[in-house]
Each structure stands twice: as C-alpha cells, then as structure tokens.
Design a protein around this ligand. Structure first.
Ligand SMILES: NC(=O)c1ccc[n+]([C@@H]2O[C@H](COP(=O)([O-])OP(=O)(O)OC[C@H]3O[C@@H](n4cnc5c(N)ncnc54)[C@H](O)[C@@H]3O)[C@@H](O)[C@H]2O)c1
Length: 349
C-alpha cells in the first residue's frame, strides 16, 4: 500500500503541499481538512482529493494516513503537532515550530521518543542557489566575512490582517513582519553563516499599527561569530515582495534575492567566485511556482526529503532542531525590542 497523507489547513500555503506530495509519484493524498469545511470541500475539489474533513481528529484516526501537513495559524502548531505525533503520524509542520522554546523542545522530544519524523518547513534551505552560495562560503571564496545585510521589503494591505482571525495578533501569530514574512531570510542567514546572537532590536508600527497589535517593521543588529549582521524587515513597503541577502567578505561579495526563482544579483571580487557564479546562473533554471510565486518551488524538495525520512530511507537533511533555534532567535529579537508580551506554553512538560 502506498503511504497516505492528509493536509490540515487549506489556506494560502496548502497548494505547495499538494504539489510536493503529488510530485513524489507514489504517495496518496487522502484528506483535505479545514475547520471551515466549505474551504476543505473547495480545496479537495480543486485538487482531486477524495477525503473532506472539518476536524483534524478525523484525519488522525485514519489508519491509512502515514503523515500530515499542518498549515494553520501559529498558535495551534504545538497542540496539533502533539495530537498528530501522539496518533503515530509523521508531521510536516509549517513554520514556526511553536511560539515558545519549551513547546518547540517538547515537540522535538515527542517526535524522537516516538520514532517519528517531524520536519518544519524551511523551504529556502533547499533552494539550489542558497546551497550554492553556502558552498562558496564554506570553501572560503569570499575570504573572511566582513558584514552581512539582510532585508525583506513586503507589502501587506490592512485587509490581510482585518480579514484574518489570527494575523496581526501576538497570541495567534506571535509577531508579524519578522515572525511570519521575515522568517525565511533570517533562517537562510543562519543556514549560511551559523548561529546569530541578537545585540539590539527595534520595532515599528507606524503604517499598520491601527489594525495590528504586532510589528509591521523590525530592524536589528546581530552577530554571527564576530561578523555583524544587520536585519531590516517590513510589511509596510509599497513593494510586494523583495527579500535580499548580501554577504561582504575580504575576498569577495555576493548578493542574491531569496524570492522565486532566487536571483543572483552580484558575485564579484575574485576570478574563481565569478566563474562559479557564471556557472550557477546557467545551471539554476527557474520553474513555475505551484503557489504564490515568492514562496518558491522548494517545498517540493523539502517534501521529498520528508518522504524519504518518513519511509525509513535516512535522516532529514534539515532536522527540527534548526527550527527550535529559530523559535529561540525570534524570542530574543522580540525580547530585545521589548515589543512582545510573554507567550504561554501550550504543551505541559
Ligand atoms: N513556508 C512558506 O513560505 C509559508 C507561506 C505562507 C504561510 N506559511 C505558514 O503556513 C501556515 C498557514 O499559513 P496560511 O497563510 O496558509 O494561513 P491561512 O490563514 O491562509 O490558512 C489557515 C487555514 O487553517 C484553517 N484552520 C485553522 N485551525 C484549524 C484546525 N484546528 N483544523 C483544521 N483547519 C484549521 C483555517 O480555517 C484556514 O483556512 C502558517 O504557519 C504560516 O506561517 C508558510
């Protein structure tokens, strides 16, 4: 019997999960589940999925279900992932893993104790360009890193928040510009240059503050080892989406956009770096994205990694521990800014 999968939460990101599991070829998509059952039915009809459920418990009770995607608001990640792991299902959880470090650690421990795969979506770690830049950094093609500059300029209309039951609230989203949209550029920066330590952070709310209680902008100074890293993220720009990472080293500099398809803007400073960049520009082809274009195409690669691990063919390339690190870093950023109230645990430990 082929492995079976259920999707819990049929919102904006769910099509990327359908695409990823369909691309595997030998997995059955069994359930579309949303507590707004009309949405689940619409989604199931659109993607040719037989099972429609209004509650995760229906999906988790199905013995044909090997694994589930959880793609709901941030507040429910801990409780739903706990329920799924307790029911013996492998879990592909949208980011972030949880809203506080104790919940994040408890989920990783639960998955380990039960021998189940828990994978937290960090699709841009699987982008071919990101992996190529990581090789250049590890091979020393940039020399010593002098500084790193990370920016996300995005636009979110007030209606994006006012029409949502969870966005723009501390309890539901856990923070906005950086916890949600800025998550990936921060995650990729950690992937490329290691752990980040927060030195200072400031939030802004001047544009969307009348409709959200969270931040629309966050700027921070961090360090990776001794390398300064500046971070500027906003959802209050007039640009729909532009996520840019710039690594300046003593021997070479690289600048690229994380957006689909991952545009290499600049790689210069020495012949080898320039040759490798020219080759990467030829080799890395863009493909149409299955969902919203700036989510990219790499859910597919992460889902292939998940499926391999869930069927007992090796460990995840990117285990859930990296996602615990992200929960911790987000906590530090909000603490340094003084903006976020303390968020309670959802899992009793
Ligand atoms: N990796 C990425 O690039 C990416 C992109 C977008 C969103 N996300 C993440 O995906 C998650 C969902 O985001 P979204 O934008 O799709 O949200 P959304 O609000 O569009 O969709 C969430 C859906 O979950 C449903 N839901 C809520 N509680 C439920 C429950 N208990 N059982 C079943 N259904 C339930 C809601 O009715 C809603 O339809 C978030 O964690 C978000 O950060 C990731």
């Amino acid at each position: 019997m082929n492995p079976g999968h259920g999707i819990i939460g049929c919102g904006r990101v769910a099509p990327n999960h359908v695409d990823g599991f369909r691309s595997l070829g030998n997995w059955e998509l069994l359930w579309a589940c949303d507590r707004q059952q009309d949405l689940a039915a619409e989604f199931a009809a659109r993607f040719g999925i037989d099972g429609v459920a209004g509650s995760a418990s229906t999906v988790l009770a199905d013995p044909r279900v090997t694994s589930v995607s959880i793609a709901v608001d941030h507040e429910q990640h801990a409780a739903l992932a706990t329920a799924a792991l307790t029911a013996g299902k492998h879990v592909l959880l949208e980011k972030p893993l949880a809203l506080c470090v104790p919940d994040a650690e408890a989920l990783v421990a639960l998955a380990n104790n039960r021998g189940l795969v828990l994978s937290v979506v960090s699709q841009h770690r699987y982008d071919p360009l990101v992996r190529e830049v990581r090789r250049w950094l590890h091979e020393g093609l940039l020399g010593e890193l002098v500084y790193v500059q990370v920016t996300l300029e995005a636009q979110r209309e007030p209606s994006y928040y006012t029409q949502s039951y969870w966005r723009g609230t501390w309890a539901g989203e856990g923070g906005s510009a950086v916890a949600n949209q800025g998550y990936h550029c921060l995650d990729v920066t950690r992937f490329l240059c290691g752990e980040l330590v927060v030195k200072a952070a400031v939030v802004g709310r001047s544009q969307l503050g009348r409709v959200i209680e969270t931040e629309d902008t966050l700027s921070a100074l961090l360090v990776a080892g001794e390398t300064p890293v500046t971070l500027n993220v906003t959802v209050a720009s007039s640009t729909t989406w532009r996520s840019r990472l710039e690594f300046v080293g003593s021997q070479g500099s690289v600048c690229f956009d994380l957006d689909h398809p991952g545009t290499l803007r600049r790689a210069e400073g020495n012949r080898e770096l320039e040759d490798r960049a020219a080759a990467a520009r030829c080799e890395i082809r863009s493909e149409p994205a299955p969902g919203i274009d700036y989510y990219g195409i790499s859910h597919r690669a992460q889902i292939a990694d998940f499926a391999r691990a869930a069927t007992g063919h090796g460990d995840l390339d990117e285990g859930p521990e990296v996602a615990v690190g992200m929960v911790s870093l987000l906590t530090d950023l909000y603490q340094a800014s003084g903006a976020r109230p303390v968020l309670g645990q959802h899992i009793d430990t």
